[in-house]
Design a protein around this ligand. Structure first.
Ligand code: SF4
Ligand code: SF4
Length: 185
């Protein structure tokens, strides 16, 4: 579906003057007026998969990503793939280091340099995690550059989703395979 010219013009002008998170971007759109607000709010949808770390809100991403594959080629770690014609982040064998090469090459506005980098993926630590049973394994906690994984004195683990930026290092650090990454909405 083509984005209408009024939305696109407003979006580009707004992005030129603001540094925003995805939530901030959404708020910015709301200021465009009641009519636009209702339309964007109605159209925004839950993210079902990981996206490159500076992807715009999902409803607009799905319209602006044209499946050209430039970001796939640009990513030095090969963690972007095309699925159903849209760029998807697949963190299986390498993490995202936020090099923003994908954003730099994107010509459509689907990836935006002013968005705070966050893949939108958050770790879910399985019940069989060895660290839950004793205080020996702390591989994920030690690997997290954001200090978002915390084990308490009873070996219970929590993930601070406000600190996590979805880099995926914890998943790769857990060679037992007890961490999966899921999209946070
Ligand atoms: S920021 Fe860099 S490592 Fe992360 S997905 Fe984009 S190109 Fe790949
Ligand atoms: S995804 Fe990255 S930032 Fe988030 S908990 Fe894992 S290592 Fe930390």
């Amino acid at each position: 579906m083509a984005i209408d010219s009024r939305d696109e013009k407003y979006y580009k002008a707004w992005m030129t003057h603001h540094t925003v998170s995805r939530r901030g971007l959404l708020r910015g759109f709301f200021k465009a007026g009641q009519q636009t607000q209702a339309r964007i709010e109605h159209q925004d949808i839950a993210r079902q998969t990981g996206r490159p770390p500076q992807a715009i809100i999902e409803s607009l991403f799905l319209r602006l990503c044209n499946g050209c594959g430039e970001c796939v080629s640009a990513c030095p770690y090969g963690i972007i793939a095309m699925k159903e014609g849209k760029a998807e982040l697949q963190i299986e064998y390498a993490n995202c280091d936020f090099c923003h090469k994908c954003t730099d090459i994107c010509q459509t506005g689907a990836l935006e340099s002013q968005i705070v980098p966050d893949t939108g993926l958050k770790p879910v630590i399985g019940t069989s995690c060895l660290g839950r049973m004793d205080n020996f394994c702390r591989l994920c906690e030690m690997s997290c550059p954001q200090r978002a994984i915390i084990f308490d004195s009873a070996n219970q683990v929590t993930v601070d989703k406000t600190r996590c930026n979805g880099c995926g290092k914890c998943k790769l650090a857990c060679y037992h395979g007890h961490i999966s990454l899921t999209p946070l909405n």
